[in-house]
Design a protein around this ligand. Structure first.
Ligand code: NAD
Length: 454
Protein backbone atom coordinates (compact mmCIF):
# COMPACT_ATOMS: atom_id res chain seq x y z
CA UNK A 1 0.00 0.00 0.00
CA UNK A 2 1.53 3.33 -1.01
CA UNK A 3 0.72 6.44 0.91
CA UNK A 4 0.69 10.17 0.19
CA UNK A 5 1.69 12.81 2.69
CA UNK A 6 -0.82 15.64 2.67
CA UNK A 7 0.92 18.96 3.38
CA UNK A 8 -0.51 22.19 4.77
CA UNK A 9 0.34 24.72 2.04
CA UNK A 10 0.46 27.58 4.55
CA UNK A 11 3.07 25.88 6.77
CA UNK A 12 4.52 23.01 4.68
CA UNK A 13 3.84 20.71 7.66
CA UNK A 14 2.44 17.21 7.20
CA UNK A 15 -1.28 17.13 7.99
CA UNK A 16 -1.88 13.44 7.51
CA UNK A 17 -0.81 10.43 5.49
CA UNK A 18 -3.42 9.03 3.12
CA UNK A 19 -3.43 5.56 1.58
CA UNK A 20 -3.58 5.56 -2.19
CA UNK A 21 -6.08 3.22 -3.84
CA UNK A 22 -4.50 0.74 -6.27
CA UNK A 23 -5.87 -0.23 -9.70
CA UNK A 24 -7.06 -3.60 -8.26
CA UNK A 25 -8.79 -1.91 -5.34
CA UNK A 26 -10.40 0.55 -7.75
CA UNK A 27 -11.74 -2.32 -9.86
CA UNK A 28 -13.10 -3.99 -6.71
CA UNK A 29 -14.81 -0.73 -5.66
CA UNK A 30 -16.34 -0.31 -9.13
CA UNK A 31 -17.61 -3.91 -8.95
CA UNK A 32 -19.22 -3.19 -5.56
CA UNK A 33 -20.79 0.00 -6.95
CA UNK A 34 -22.14 -1.99 -9.88
CA UNK A 35 -23.59 -4.59 -7.53
CA UNK A 36 -25.19 -1.87 -5.38
CA UNK A 37 -26.86 -0.17 -8.36
CA UNK A 38 -30.05 -2.28 -8.77
CA UNK A 39 -31.04 -1.83 -5.13
CA UNK A 40 -30.22 1.91 -5.10
CA UNK A 41 -32.21 2.68 -8.23
CA UNK A 42 -35.11 0.72 -6.74
CA UNK A 43 -35.21 2.83 -3.56
CA UNK A 44 -38.55 4.66 -3.59
CA UNK A 45 -38.14 8.26 -4.82
CA UNK A 46 -39.29 9.73 -1.51
CA UNK A 47 -36.87 7.54 0.45
CA UNK A 48 -33.92 8.42 -1.80
CA UNK A 49 -34.84 12.08 -1.35
CA UNK A 50 -34.93 11.66 2.43
CA UNK A 51 -31.51 9.98 2.46
CA UNK A 52 -30.03 12.89 0.48
CA UNK A 53 -31.59 15.39 2.89
CA UNK A 54 -30.10 13.44 5.81
CA UNK A 55 -26.72 13.58 4.06
CA UNK A 56 -27.20 17.36 3.71
CA UNK A 57 -28.03 17.59 7.42
CA UNK A 58 -24.90 15.60 8.32
CA UNK A 59 -22.80 18.00 6.22
CA UNK A 60 -24.51 20.96 7.86
CA UNK A 61 -23.69 19.66 11.34
CA UNK A 62 -20.06 19.16 10.29
CA UNK A 63 -19.46 22.49 8.49
CA UNK A 64 -16.94 23.86 10.94
CA UNK A 65 -14.95 20.61 10.94
CA UNK A 66 -15.04 20.32 7.13
CA UNK A 67 -14.01 23.96 6.78
CA UNK A 68 -11.05 23.59 9.15
CA UNK A 69 -9.98 20.43 7.34
CA UNK A 70 -10.00 22.37 4.05
CA UNK A 71 -8.03 25.25 5.54
CA UNK A 72 -5.35 22.78 6.70
CA UNK A 73 -5.31 20.73 3.48
CA UNK A 74 -5.80 23.40 0.81
CA UNK A 75 -4.90 26.75 2.42
CA UNK A 76 -8.36 28.14 1.67
CA UNK A 77 -9.41 31.04 3.85
CA UNK A 78 -11.74 29.99 6.65
CA UNK A 79 -14.52 32.17 5.23
CA UNK A 80 -14.26 30.53 1.82
CA UNK A 81 -14.01 27.05 3.29
CA UNK A 82 -17.22 27.52 5.29
CA UNK A 83 -18.97 28.67 2.12
CA UNK A 84 -17.64 25.61 0.26
CA UNK A 85 -18.92 23.16 2.89
CA UNK A 86 -22.26 25.00 2.90
CA UNK A 87 -22.37 24.66 -0.87
CA UNK A 88 -22.20 20.85 -0.56
CA UNK A 89 -25.14 20.96 1.87
CA UNK A 90 -27.12 23.23 -0.45
CA UNK A 91 -26.41 21.18 -3.57
CA UNK A 92 -27.49 18.00 -1.77
CA UNK A 93 -30.67 19.71 -0.55
CA UNK A 94 -31.41 21.11 -4.01
CA UNK A 95 -31.03 17.74 -5.77
CA UNK A 96 -32.87 15.91 -2.98
CA UNK A 97 -35.97 17.42 -4.60
CA UNK A 98 -35.23 15.56 -7.86
CA UNK A 99 -36.12 11.91 -7.25
CA UNK A 100 -39.86 12.60 -6.98
CA UNK A 101 -39.74 14.98 -9.94
CA UNK A 102 -37.85 12.83 -12.46
CA UNK A 103 -40.89 12.63 -14.71
CA UNK A 104 -40.95 11.54 -18.32
CA UNK A 105 -43.38 12.59 -21.03
CA UNK A 106 -46.49 11.12 -22.49
CA UNK A 107 -46.33 11.86 -26.21
CA UNK A 108 -49.44 11.47 -28.40
CA UNK A 109 -49.09 8.64 -30.93
CA UNK A 110 -51.63 6.66 -32.98
CA UNK A 111 -52.50 3.12 -31.90
CA UNK A 112 -51.11 3.24 -28.41
CA UNK A 113 -49.49 5.09 -25.57
CA UNK A 114 -45.97 6.51 -25.72
CA UNK A 115 -44.00 7.21 -22.58
CA UNK A 116 -40.48 8.37 -21.84
CA UNK A 117 -38.48 7.39 -18.74
CA UNK A 118 -35.30 8.89 -17.28
CA UNK A 119 -33.22 5.82 -16.49
CA UNK A 120 -30.11 6.09 -14.30
CA UNK A 121 -26.85 5.20 -16.02
CA UNK A 122 -25.26 2.85 -13.50
CA UNK A 123 -21.87 3.59 -11.94
CA UNK A 124 -20.70 7.21 -12.32
CA UNK A 125 -17.02 8.11 -11.81
CA UNK A 126 -16.34 11.63 -10.50
CA UNK A 127 -12.78 13.01 -10.85
CA UNK A 128 -12.10 16.16 -8.81
CA UNK A 129 -9.25 18.72 -9.02
CA UNK A 130 -7.46 20.26 -6.03
CA UNK A 131 -8.71 23.83 -6.32
CA UNK A 132 -12.26 23.42 -4.95
CA UNK A 133 -12.30 19.92 -3.44
CA UNK A 134 -15.70 20.13 -1.75
CA UNK A 135 -18.02 21.99 -4.14
CA UNK A 136 -16.80 20.25 -7.29
CA UNK A 137 -17.25 16.85 -5.65
CA UNK A 138 -20.81 17.76 -4.65
CA UNK A 139 -21.75 19.08 -8.09
CA UNK A 140 -21.02 15.59 -9.41
CA UNK A 141 -22.17 13.20 -6.71
CA UNK A 142 -25.38 14.96 -5.58
CA UNK A 143 -27.29 14.92 -8.92
CA UNK A 144 -25.77 11.53 -9.83
CA UNK A 145 -27.07 9.93 -6.61
CA UNK A 146 -30.42 11.70 -6.90
CA UNK A 147 -30.95 10.19 -10.35
CA UNK A 148 -30.37 6.68 -8.96
CA UNK A 149 -26.75 6.10 -9.94
CA UNK A 150 -24.01 4.76 -7.69
CA UNK A 151 -20.85 6.88 -7.46
CA UNK A 152 -17.12 6.32 -7.18
CA UNK A 153 -15.26 9.56 -6.52
CA UNK A 154 -11.55 10.33 -6.81
CA UNK A 155 -10.32 13.48 -5.10
CA UNK A 156 -7.09 15.11 -6.29
CA UNK A 157 -3.92 13.60 -4.82
CA UNK A 158 -3.11 16.87 -3.03
CA UNK A 159 -6.53 17.45 -1.44
CA UNK A 160 -8.29 14.24 -0.38
CA UNK A 161 -9.22 15.04 3.23
CA UNK A 162 -12.63 16.70 2.88
CA UNK A 163 -13.76 14.15 0.28
CA UNK A 164 -12.87 11.32 2.68
CA UNK A 165 -14.89 13.07 5.39
CA UNK A 166 -17.86 13.54 3.04
CA UNK A 167 -17.78 9.79 2.39
CA UNK A 168 -17.99 9.15 6.15
CA UNK A 169 -20.87 11.63 6.51
CA UNK A 170 -22.79 9.91 3.70
CA UNK A 171 -22.51 6.61 5.55
CA UNK A 172 -23.56 8.20 8.86
CA UNK A 173 -26.61 9.57 7.04
CA UNK A 174 -27.59 6.08 5.91
CA UNK A 175 -26.41 6.12 2.28
CA UNK A 176 -25.29 2.50 1.72
CA UNK A 177 -21.50 2.07 1.74
CA UNK A 178 -21.17 0.88 -1.86
CA UNK A 179 -23.53 3.53 -3.26
CA UNK A 180 -21.03 6.34 -2.66
CA UNK A 181 -17.34 5.45 -2.38
CA UNK A 182 -14.42 7.87 -2.09
CA UNK A 183 -11.18 6.48 -3.54
CA UNK A 184 -8.13 8.68 -2.90
CA UNK A 185 -5.39 7.97 -5.40
CA UNK A 186 -3.54 8.94 -8.50
CA UNK A 187 -5.17 10.16 -11.66
CA UNK A 188 -3.08 7.79 -13.72
CA UNK A 189 -4.30 4.84 -11.61
CA UNK A 190 -7.76 5.41 -10.10
CA UNK A 191 -8.91 8.06 -12.60
CA UNK A 192 -7.69 5.97 -15.50
CA UNK A 193 -9.69 2.95 -14.26
CA UNK A 194 -12.84 5.13 -14.25
CA UNK A 195 -12.14 5.85 -17.91
CA UNK A 196 -11.22 2.28 -18.88
CA UNK A 197 -13.53 0.14 -16.74
CA UNK A 198 -16.63 -0.79 -18.77
CA UNK A 199 -18.92 -0.79 -15.72
CA UNK A 200 -18.35 2.95 -15.24
CA UNK A 201 -20.98 4.44 -17.54
CA UNK A 202 -20.14 8.11 -17.15
CA UNK A 203 -17.09 10.14 -16.14
CA UNK A 204 -17.55 13.59 -14.62
CA UNK A 205 -14.19 15.29 -14.91
CA UNK A 206 -13.10 18.68 -13.64
CA UNK A 207 -9.49 19.66 -14.17
CA UNK A 208 -7.04 20.85 -16.77
CA UNK A 209 -7.91 21.02 -20.45
CA UNK A 210 -4.90 18.83 -21.22
CA UNK A 211 -6.03 15.92 -19.01
CA UNK A 212 -9.67 16.50 -20.00
CA UNK A 213 -8.84 15.88 -23.66
CA UNK A 214 -7.17 12.58 -22.75
CA UNK A 215 -10.20 11.57 -20.66
CA UNK A 216 -12.55 12.37 -23.53
CA UNK A 217 -10.42 10.37 -25.97
CA UNK A 218 -10.32 7.45 -23.50
CA UNK A 219 -14.08 7.55 -23.00
CA UNK A 220 -14.61 7.49 -26.78
CA UNK A 221 -13.44 3.86 -26.89
CA UNK A 222 -16.63 2.83 -25.05
CA UNK A 223 -18.79 5.78 -26.13
CA UNK A 224 -18.78 6.53 -22.42
CA UNK A 225 -20.72 9.60 -21.33
CA UNK A 226 -18.49 12.41 -20.17
CA UNK A 227 -18.90 15.85 -18.65
CA UNK A 228 -15.84 18.09 -18.76
CA UNK A 229 -15.24 21.23 -16.71
CA UNK A 230 -11.83 22.51 -17.82
CA UNK A 231 -9.67 25.62 -17.76
CA UNK A 232 -10.44 29.26 -18.37
CA UNK A 233 -8.82 32.56 -19.29
CA UNK A 234 -11.67 34.84 -18.42
CA UNK A 235 -12.03 38.49 -19.37
CA UNK A 236 -13.23 41.24 -17.07
CA UNK A 237 -14.29 43.95 -19.55
CA UNK A 238 -14.43 47.47 -18.13
CA UNK A 239 -16.08 50.11 -20.33
CA UNK A 240 -15.48 53.84 -19.90
CA UNK A 241 -19.13 54.34 -18.89
CA UNK A 242 -18.85 51.90 -15.94
CA UNK A 243 -18.80 52.69 -12.25
CA UNK A 244 -14.98 52.72 -12.36
CA UNK A 245 -14.55 52.93 -8.59
CA UNK A 246 -16.62 49.80 -8.07
CA UNK A 247 -15.07 47.99 -11.04
CA UNK A 248 -11.55 48.65 -9.71
CA UNK A 249 -12.42 47.90 -6.09
CA UNK A 250 -13.91 44.49 -6.97
CA UNK A 251 -11.50 43.43 -9.75
CA UNK A 252 -8.91 41.97 -7.31
CA UNK A 253 -11.56 39.72 -5.75
CA UNK A 254 -12.68 38.59 -9.21
CA UNK A 255 -9.23 37.12 -9.80
CA UNK A 256 -7.33 36.70 -6.51
CA UNK A 257 -10.01 34.77 -4.63
CA UNK A 258 -8.63 31.31 -3.76
CA UNK A 259 -5.20 32.75 -4.70
CA UNK A 260 -6.31 32.84 -8.34
CA UNK A 261 -6.66 29.04 -8.38
CA UNK A 262 -10.12 29.31 -9.83
CA UNK A 263 -11.20 28.27 -13.31
CA UNK A 264 -13.52 31.33 -13.27
CA UNK A 265 -10.80 33.80 -12.22
CA UNK A 266 -11.06 36.98 -14.28
CA UNK A 267 -7.34 36.96 -15.02
CA UNK A 268 -7.50 39.25 -18.06
CA UNK A 269 -8.82 42.75 -17.44
CA UNK A 270 -9.72 44.57 -20.66
CA UNK A 271 -10.08 48.30 -20.02
CA UNK A 272 -11.38 50.88 -22.48
CA UNK A 273 -8.32 52.94 -23.48
CA UNK A 274 -9.86 56.31 -22.57
CA UNK A 275 -10.07 55.29 -18.86
CA UNK A 276 -7.07 52.98 -18.69
CA UNK A 277 -4.85 55.36 -16.63
CA UNK A 278 -7.68 56.21 -14.26
CA UNK A 279 -8.56 52.53 -13.80
CA UNK A 280 -4.94 51.60 -13.02
CA UNK A 281 -4.75 54.41 -10.44
CA UNK A 282 -7.85 53.01 -8.74
CA UNK A 283 -6.72 49.38 -9.06
CA UNK A 284 -3.39 49.80 -7.27
CA UNK A 285 -4.76 50.60 -3.79
CA UNK A 286 -7.41 47.90 -4.23
CA UNK A 287 -4.70 45.31 -4.91
CA UNK A 288 -2.61 46.57 -1.99
CA UNK A 289 -5.68 46.19 0.21
CA UNK A 290 -6.03 42.43 -0.36
CA UNK A 291 -5.24 40.78 2.98
CA UNK A 292 -2.90 37.86 2.29
CA UNK A 293 -1.88 35.63 5.18
CA UNK A 294 -2.81 32.92 7.66
CA UNK A 295 -5.95 31.35 6.16
CA UNK A 296 -7.26 30.43 9.63
CA UNK A 297 -7.84 34.09 10.48
CA UNK A 298 -11.30 35.53 9.78
CA UNK A 299 -9.88 38.71 8.24
CA UNK A 300 -7.68 36.92 5.68
CA UNK A 301 -8.80 37.29 2.06
CA UNK A 302 -6.16 35.21 0.27
CA UNK A 303 -4.07 32.23 1.34
CA UNK A 304 -1.11 30.42 -0.21
CA UNK A 305 -0.83 28.46 -3.45
CA UNK A 306 -1.51 24.74 -3.19
CA UNK A 307 2.00 23.27 -3.55
CA UNK A 308 5.69 23.92 -4.17
CA UNK A 309 5.30 22.61 -7.72
CA UNK A 310 2.42 24.94 -8.46
CA UNK A 311 4.30 27.86 -6.87
CA UNK A 312 7.20 27.19 -9.24
CA UNK A 313 4.82 27.14 -12.23
CA UNK A 314 3.14 30.44 -11.30
CA UNK A 315 6.52 32.03 -10.50
CA UNK A 316 7.86 31.07 -13.93
CA UNK A 317 5.40 33.57 -15.46
CA UNK A 318 6.68 36.46 -13.35
CA UNK A 319 10.44 36.53 -13.84
CA UNK A 320 12.61 39.69 -13.83
CA UNK A 321 11.62 40.54 -17.38
CA UNK A 322 7.86 40.35 -16.73
CA UNK A 323 5.95 43.65 -17.28
CA UNK A 324 4.88 44.02 -13.64
CA UNK A 325 2.82 47.17 -12.96
CA UNK A 326 2.45 46.67 -9.20
CA UNK A 327 2.17 43.92 -6.60
CA UNK A 328 0.45 43.43 -3.27
CA UNK A 329 2.09 41.74 -0.32
CA UNK A 330 2.43 38.16 0.95
CA UNK A 331 4.04 36.54 4.00
CA UNK A 332 7.61 35.29 3.89
CA UNK A 333 8.89 32.07 5.42
CA UNK A 334 7.30 28.63 5.13
CA UNK A 335 4.26 28.23 2.90
CA UNK A 336 3.71 28.63 -0.83
CA UNK A 337 3.00 32.37 -0.79
CA UNK A 338 2.68 34.51 -3.87
CA UNK A 339 1.65 38.19 -3.78
CA UNK A 340 -1.24 39.52 -5.88
CA UNK A 341 0.44 40.69 -9.06
CA UNK A 342 -0.74 43.01 -11.84
CA UNK A 343 1.03 42.80 -15.22
CA UNK A 344 0.65 44.74 -18.45
CA UNK A 345 1.60 42.49 -21.38
CA UNK A 346 1.98 44.23 -24.75
CA UNK A 347 -0.65 42.13 -26.54
CA UNK A 348 -2.93 39.11 -26.18
CA UNK A 349 -0.38 36.68 -27.64
CA UNK A 350 1.87 37.20 -24.62
CA UNK A 351 1.66 34.16 -22.26
CA UNK A 352 0.60 36.45 -19.39
CA UNK A 353 -2.49 37.40 -21.40
CA UNK A 354 -3.07 34.03 -23.07
CA UNK A 355 -2.34 31.27 -20.52
CA UNK A 356 -4.40 30.11 -17.58
CA UNK A 357 -1.73 30.85 -14.94
CA UNK A 358 -3.98 29.65 -12.10
CA UNK A 359 -2.36 31.95 -9.57
CA UNK A 360 -2.77 35.55 -8.32
CA UNK A 361 -1.56 37.17 -11.53
CA UNK A 362 -3.81 39.42 -13.57
CA UNK A 363 -3.04 40.98 -16.96
CA UNK A 364 -4.49 44.40 -17.86
CA UNK A 365 -4.78 45.30 -21.56
CA UNK A 366 -6.50 48.33 -23.13
CA UNK A 367 -9.13 48.16 -25.91
CA UNK A 368 -10.75 50.81 -28.12
CA UNK A 369 -14.41 50.07 -28.85
CA UNK A 370 -17.14 47.58 -28.02
CA UNK A 371 -16.41 45.34 -30.99
CA UNK A 372 -12.71 45.18 -30.03
CA UNK A 373 -13.62 44.21 -26.49
CA UNK A 374 -15.70 41.25 -27.69
CA UNK A 375 -13.05 40.14 -30.20
CA UNK A 376 -10.35 40.36 -27.54
CA UNK A 377 -12.40 38.48 -24.92
CA UNK A 378 -12.94 35.71 -27.50
CA UNK A 379 -9.26 35.60 -28.43
CA UNK A 380 -8.67 32.39 -26.47
CA UNK A 381 -9.47 28.71 -26.88
CA UNK A 382 -11.24 28.86 -23.52
CA UNK A 383 -14.79 30.07 -22.82
CA UNK A 384 -15.79 29.64 -19.22
CA UNK A 385 -16.73 32.91 -17.57
CA UNK A 386 -16.32 36.67 -17.70
CA UNK A 387 -17.54 40.02 -16.41
CA UNK A 388 -18.84 43.13 -18.15
CA UNK A 389 -18.80 46.53 -16.45
CA UNK A 390 -20.98 49.18 -18.06
CA UNK A 391 -23.97 51.39 -17.19
CA UNK A 392 -25.45 50.95 -20.67
CA UNK A 393 -27.98 48.13 -20.49
CA UNK A 394 -28.08 47.62 -24.25
CA UNK A 395 -24.31 47.28 -24.38
CA UNK A 396 -24.39 44.89 -21.42
CA UNK A 397 -26.71 42.56 -23.32
CA UNK A 398 -24.88 42.91 -26.67
CA UNK A 399 -21.53 42.09 -25.10
CA UNK A 400 -22.94 39.30 -22.92
CA UNK A 401 -24.41 37.69 -26.06
CA UNK A 402 -21.18 38.24 -28.00
CA UNK A 403 -18.68 36.77 -25.55
CA UNK A 404 -18.29 33.03 -26.13
CA UNK A 405 -18.39 31.84 -22.52
CA UNK A 406 -20.79 29.83 -20.40
CA UNK A 407 -21.06 32.11 -17.36
CA UNK A 408 -21.12 35.88 -17.58
CA UNK A 409 -21.90 38.52 -15.01
CA UNK A 410 -22.69 42.19 -15.52
CA UNK A 411 -21.43 44.67 -12.91
CA UNK A 412 -20.50 41.70 -10.72
CA UNK A 413 -18.03 38.80 -10.68
CA UNK A 414 -20.30 36.03 -9.57
CA UNK A 415 -20.31 32.81 -11.60
CA UNK A 416 -21.67 30.08 -9.44
CA UNK A 417 -25.09 29.60 -7.94
CA UNK A 418 -26.11 25.99 -7.39
CA UNK A 419 -29.53 26.56 -8.97
CA UNK A 420 -28.20 28.04 -12.25
CA UNK A 421 -26.28 26.12 -14.93
CA UNK A 422 -22.49 26.20 -14.97
CA UNK A 423 -20.04 25.12 -17.68
CA UNK A 424 -17.83 26.12 -20.55
CA UNK A 425 -17.86 26.97 -24.25
CA UNK A 426 -15.02 25.85 -26.55
CA UNK A 427 -12.13 24.15 -24.74
CA UNK A 428 -13.45 25.08 -21.30
CA UNK A 429 -15.67 22.06 -21.27
CA UNK A 430 -18.55 19.93 -22.38
CA UNK A 431 -21.94 19.74 -20.70
CA UNK A 432 -23.35 21.71 -17.80
CA UNK A 433 -23.40 21.15 -14.07
CA UNK A 434 -25.74 22.59 -11.44
CA UNK A 435 -29.07 24.23 -12.18
CA UNK A 436 -32.44 22.62 -12.83
CA UNK A 437 -31.28 20.31 -15.64
CA UNK A 438 -28.14 18.71 -14.17
CA UNK A 439 -29.92 15.53 -13.11
CA UNK A 440 -30.88 14.85 -16.74
CA UNK A 441 -27.18 14.49 -17.56
CA UNK A 442 -27.09 11.48 -15.22
CA UNK A 443 -29.92 9.66 -16.99
CA UNK A 444 -30.69 8.15 -20.36
CA UNK A 445 -34.06 8.83 -21.92
CA UNK A 446 -35.91 5.65 -22.72
CA UNK A 447 -38.92 5.68 -25.02
CA UNK A 448 -41.61 3.00 -24.57
CA UNK A 449 -44.57 2.47 -26.93
CA UNK A 450 -47.51 0.37 -25.71
CA UNK A 451 -49.97 -0.77 -28.33
CA UNK A 452 -53.62 -0.38 -27.40
CA UNK A 453 -54.91 -2.23 -30.43
CA UNK A 454 -56.98 -5.39 -30.07
P1 NAD B 1 -5.57 18.05 -13.39
O1 NAD B 1 -6.13 17.92 -14.75
O2 NAD B 1 -4.11 17.89 -13.22
O3 NAD B 1 -6.22 16.97 -12.42
C1 NAD B 1 -7.61 16.90 -12.20
C2 NAD B 1 -7.96 15.51 -11.69
O4 NAD B 1 -7.73 14.57 -12.73
C3 NAD B 1 -7.15 15.06 -10.49
O5 NAD B 1 -7.98 14.32 -9.60
C4 NAD B 1 -6.12 14.13 -11.14
O6 NAD B 1 -5.64 13.16 -10.25
C5 NAD B 1 -6.95 13.51 -12.24
N1 NAD B 1 -6.16 12.93 -13.35
C6 NAD B 1 -4.92 13.30 -13.77
N2 NAD B 1 -4.52 12.50 -14.79
C7 NAD B 1 -5.54 11.64 -15.03
C8 NAD B 1 -5.73 10.58 -15.97
N3 NAD B 1 -4.81 10.25 -16.87
N4 NAD B 1 -6.90 9.90 -15.94
C9 NAD B 1 -7.86 10.23 -15.05
N5 NAD B 1 -7.72 11.20 -14.13
C10 NAD B 1 -6.58 11.91 -14.13
O7 NAD B 1 -6.10 19.44 -12.83
P2 NAD B 1 -5.73 20.15 -11.46
O8 NAD B 1 -4.36 20.71 -11.59
O9 NAD B 1 -6.06 19.27 -10.30
O10 NAD B 1 -6.83 21.33 -11.44
C11 NAD B 1 -6.62 22.54 -12.03
C12 NAD B 1 -7.36 22.65 -13.36
O11 NAD B 1 -8.74 22.38 -13.17
C13 NAD B 1 -7.31 24.05 -13.97
O12 NAD B 1 -7.04 23.97 -15.34
C14 NAD B 1 -8.73 24.57 -13.76
O13 NAD B 1 -9.13 25.55 -14.67
C15 NAD B 1 -9.53 23.36 -13.88
N6 NAD B 1 -10.82 23.56 -13.21
C16 NAD B 1 -11.95 23.71 -13.98
C17 NAD B 1 -13.18 23.94 -13.37
C18 NAD B 1 -14.42 24.09 -14.17
O14 NAD B 1 -15.48 23.93 -13.59
N7 NAD B 1 -14.38 24.41 -15.44
C19 NAD B 1 -13.26 23.99 -11.99
C20 NAD B 1 -12.11 23.83 -11.26
C21 NAD B 1 -10.88 23.60 -11.89
Amino acid sequence: MTTFEVLNPATEEVVRSVELTSAEETDAAIARAQAAFPAWRAVAPGDRARLLRRFADAVDADIENLARLEVANSGHTIGNARWEAGNVRDVLTYYSASPERLSGKQIPVPGGVNLTFHEPLGVVGVIVPWNFPMPIAGWGFAPALAAGNTVVLKPAELTPLTAIRLGELAREAGIPEDVFQVLPGKGSVVGQRFVDHPAVRKVVFTGSTEVGKRIMAGCAAQVKRVTLELGGKNANIVFADADLEKAAATAPYGVFDNAGQDCCARSLILVQASVYEKFMELLEPAVNGVVVGDPRLEMTEMGPLISAGHHAKVSSYVDDSAPVAFRGSAPHGPGYWFPPTVVTPPDLRHPLAADEIFGPVVAVVPFDGEADAVTMANHTEYGLSGSIWTRDVGRAFRVARGVEAGNLSVNSHSSVRYWTPFGGFKQSGLGRELGPDAVDAFTEIKNVFISTED
